[in-house]
Write a protein that binds this ligand. Sequence first.
Ligand code: PRX
Length: 633
Amino acid sequence: MSSFKISSFEEYQQVYKKSVDDPEGFWADIAGTFRWQQKWDKVLDWNFTEPNVKWFTGGKLNITENCLDRHLEKNGNTVAYIWEPNNPNDQTIKYTYRELYEKVCRFANVLKKHGARKGDRVCIYMPMIPELAIAVLACARIGAIHSVVFGGFSAHSIADRIQDAQASLVITADGGVRGNKEIPLKSVMDDALELCPTVKKVIVYTKIKTPAYMQRGRDYWWDEELATVGADCPAEPMDSEDTLFVLYTSGSTGKPKGVLHTCGGYMVFAQYTFENVFQYSQPEIFFCTADIGWITGHSYIVYGPLLTGATSVMFEGIPTWPDPGRFWDIVQKHRVTTLYTAPTAIRSLMASGLKHVEKKDLSSLTKLGSVGEPINEEAWHWFHDHIGKGNCPIVDTWWQTETGGIMISPIAGITPTKPGYATLPLPGIQPCLIDEKGQEIEGNGVSGNLCIKFPWPGMIRTTYGDHERCRKTYFSTYKNMYFTGDGCLRDDDGYYRITGRVDDVINVSGHRIGTAEVENAINMHTGVVESAVVGYPHDIKGQGIYAYVITEKTPSDANLMKQDILMTVSRIIGPIAKPDKIQFVSGLPKTRSGKIMRRILRKVAEGDLANVGDTSTLLDPAIVDEIKAGVIA
Ligand code: PRX
């Protein structure tokens, strides 16, 4: 179908050059392979000062016609999803492209029946079941903007996101199962909805048959509603720059922001990156282990694979249940060819020993992928040797919620790899390293802050409802650059290695968490005066969360108070943001102007007590000794 798949390293180099010399021609060729209801007038309109970025303006399309309709004629019977349930003894479900198309159209009619229209925001809070993908696509079908909220977030976090997006409709399930835990999604949602007067309708899928409160006139059962609508649902014509979705992610400030992606550019970028990086062709079986609640799931479980006409495994459960061999069982059972997962998962499975790998037949695997955080060399080698058996290329893909798709990554089997390196930018992507003074650092064997100097179709357009925040966060640090927030090294071969965030964002098990967000949550706990949160290296999670907490009075039971604080953070954000370590302190190292010296707190949390550096500018240097003495190893 497409004509943009690179097939050799020489071709990569030529295409890369072309993409820099003539970016518009490069992307127009790729965009030309999609189904447009009306062709675009102009490929690109941009400046990074406002910022204002528009791709394929004047073009009309619907992404679901490209994900579904265009495959029907020749590939309607191809399997789109192989759904693997949480419990390995339950039934696998397969949906062909035709079946998926029919389900999406019918459910889209349910959304319409309940008043959802183009441009309306729909919040989706569901477990990893096919209906989650169906809900996402049904929104796209009618032009409603989906905002998927990860099933592990608390009622408070959901309410924040619904309020920010002013969503009018919610799609959820009675509950979900992950491992041996049941999560009462509807009940969590009910708590959130107390704070969300904009929500008029809630559609509830029955998954675990747990009792659910169903409010008359507001809440409706998914299955019952399907029976009341027709099968046909024409795809809503969308402008290239109409919004496709909003996805909330953490930043340096306390409030998560809604990263906004648009229809045309995101579509082109999702398929381009999927097909190239993974070198996908039928009948390969692609398995991305992410949750659709994160960008990885949006781009590489839903849109990228479906646009490509791929067959993917969607997995409901967790890697360690019923035992840490679960991923390998799935690979064996479904003859997975490409496994795309996170370093955290690799490290945790590595720690549980080879006995869970050895008897599994992993011979179907030909390609491996990693995403979400830097992969340490040990994990890279374990993945390469024990899962790939030494002959599967690993693509270490660097990208972000804001970039929409993969930016810097090997092309599987084509780009020579190096452990720990995301290697080279994809054609169409122009990264650069910037020094403290804002100057570009040329040449190799250098490090700096990673920026992108030219737009690409999948990039963030704005932060929902607050364009100034988008400008400030990404486009104001360096002139005419998109600033990623990551530090990066470019080695002597010109290969990129991402070294981690340089802002107040930490990456815990591949999940992005703002330190300010965690601090705000801790500070809501009664008896807490102030807190400071930093990341520290963690063997499995990549980074752990270390919290320094000042209390009004010495807690009578320090352990209980720590438990209470964990409960508070779970309630306010979700269990993923719970600190790993809490140290009670009587003060924080502050400068005379009141700024917390996080550098010192980081050093202490890392256990590097000898190198906290100069403390003479602190208001109260003695506090550092107290903090060092109480460090939690
Ligand atoms: O710090 C980088 C890290 O994850 C951040 C983006 O997080 P999020 O928006 O949640 O998206 C994660 C999935 C794309 C980046 O700023 N990161 C992502 N991939 C890598 C990575 N760090 C190192 N190597 C990677 N391959």
